[in-house]
Design a protein around this ligand. Structure first.
Ligand SMILES: Cc1ncc(COP(=O)(O)O)c(C=O)c1O
Length: 395
């Protein structure tokens, strides 16, 4: 909840901008790290969720590792203070150059997503005169009950090595002289809300797979179960800190029949979504015959989730807070020349006017990082709630 004085400072800033509540970030990350310590789990923050440098540095400083999906993310993670020995690198299409960056920096694990990729990594490491730390990303073929664009663990998805290649993987791992094979990696999907059901299913499947590999003589010392913990987009103030406890307890219970292995998790969304809001002003109020529109200065180029996944984000009118305005119903839309540039249809809000400041909530994950310059629009900058400029500095 923002104070009146914070809202009045924000009201004067040039919009749109991403507002980050660093105090909420701190509470969230410390809860994640506390629960992980309780259950002896390793946390690797999925940098793809938000690559704001201040946020990443904070998370690194709290002792987390990083999960990266490109060479540039690896270099960024190192710059932000994530130690190389805590950086995992996944991704179905790693280039030779990116593999070289990972090997050169001696990161914890390159998670190979195909047998061909593992051979390529072996070859590159050989030419560099180094050994590459490698895990195999496995496709567990389980349904995470989430949006089809963010489910990743089904046989039909492009991610990971499928079951029919397990025996070939075992012989390949034994043949690759320039690889230190250190474990298995899984990730079943994102925004998972059936936490106990989906993650205990994942653990059962992982137990079967690990047992299979070990019965064939391939030791699995590290088991990375990926990310995926969902957050409350409907009511962010009711659940500002996601339920890391249930997730980590479920995982620890599910993996206890495989003692002695290091268990890793890769939360992205759950770490950063709730601390971020996209702040935007109402440019126009348009009265149609059947409905009224609020047209904002932020659009799908700033936050693409609604246009890409039909994702719901709560919208609040900050300017109207405490003013007792009557309620009205609007389609809230952006300015971009695409019909999918819609924040929400039929949203109940206080009666709104040109210049009102709106907050599009829970936008800290997969928001600013996915921005584009389509329509040659400017990129929305970051503003930190604990560092709001004084009135005189404002534009
Ligand atoms: C391999 C991997 N790990 C972790 C994550 C982070 O997922 P989430 O943000 O749902 O926690 C992703 C997201 O796509 C991923 O692909």
């Amino acid at each position: 909840m923002l104070t009146v004085s914070e809202i009045s400072k924000l009201q004067n800033l040039k919009t749109p901008f991403y507002l980050y509540d660093m105090e909420l970030l701190a509470r969230t990350v410390s809860e994640a790290m506390r629960q992980a310590a309780l259950y002896g789990l390793e946390v690797h923050y999925a940098v793809k969720a938000n690559a704001d440098e201040r946020i990443a540095r904070y998370i690194a400083g709290m002792g987390a590792g990083a999960d990266c999906v490109s060479g540039n993310e690896i270099l960024f993670a190192l710059k932000c203070g994530f130690p190389a020995e805590k950086i995992a690198f996944a991704g179905v299409g790693k280039t030779d150059e990116e593999i070289g960056i990972a090997i050169d920096n001696g990161i914890f694990s390159i998670n190979c997503e195909s047998l061909q990729e593992m051979e390529i990594v072996n070859g590159i490491a050989g030419r560099m005169g180094k050994k590459a730390n490698v895990s195999a990303r496995i496709n567990p073929d389980i349904d995470a009950h989430t949006h089809k664009y963010i489910t990743t663990g089904l046989e039909e998805n492009k991610f990971g090595i499928p079951q029919h290649e397990f025996d070939d993987l075992i012989s390949l791992a034994a043949r690759c002289r320039n690889i230190d094979f250190n474990g298995l990696h899984f990730h079943v999907g994102s925004q998972i809300l059936d936490v106990e059901e989906v993650f205990s299913l994942e653990c059962r499947r992982v137990n079967e797979i690990v047992s299979y590999f070990e019965s064939k003589g391939l030791a699995i010392n590290n088991i990375n179960l990926g990310g995926g913990l969902g957050i409350d987009y409907d009511n962010p103030d009711a659940h500002p800190v996601p339920d890391f406890g249930t997730w980590m307890k479920t995982v620890a219970e599910g993996m206890k029949s495989l003692p002695g292995r290091k268990i890793h998790l890769e939360p992205g969304r759950a770490m950063v979504a709730q601390c971020g809001s996209l702040c935007t002003k109402v440019l126009y109020v348009k009265h149609g015959l059947k409905k009224d529109f609020l047209i904002t200065d932020a659009g799908m180029t700033d936050l693409v989730r609604p246009a890409l996944y039909g994702a719901y984000h709560r919208i609040e009118n900050l300017t109207a807070e405490g003013k007792g305005r009557k309620e009205a119903v609007y389609d809230v839309v952006g300015p971009v020349c695409e019909s999918s540039d819609v924040w929400g249809e039929g949203r109940k809000l206080p009666e709104s006017f040109r210049g009102d400041l709106l907050a599009i909530r829970s936008a800290g994950a997969y928001g600013q990082v996915m921005a584009s310059r389509y329509n040659l629009r400017d990129l929305a900058p970051a503003v930190y709630l604990d560092r709001l400029p004084e009135q005189s500095e404002q534009k």
